[in-house]
Design a protein around this ligand. Structure first.
Ligand SMILES: [Zn+2]
Ligand SMILES: [Zn+2]
Length: 56
């Protein structure tokens, strides 16, 4: 029930995928490293810790 909106993010470049896998960003330090499962529903990807670090 709570799986709605599940997706995967790269903690380095913040790329988002709807499937598990690895980062495909050639410019990312974590290219080919596993993405992190994320279940946020607000599109913030759990970035509440540093929300004013990169203001939108
Ligand atoms: Zn990345
Ligand atoms: Zn998210």
């Amino acid at each position: 029930m709570s799986d709605e909106g599940e997706h995967y993010t790269c903690t380095e470049c913040r790329d988002v995928s709807d499937q598990s896998g690895v980062c495909k960003n050639k410019d990312c330090l974590k290219e080919d490293q596993a993405l992190t499962p994320c279940t946020c529903t607000d599109g913030e990807h759990g970035a509440d810790e540093d929300e004013d670090y990169y203001a939108k």
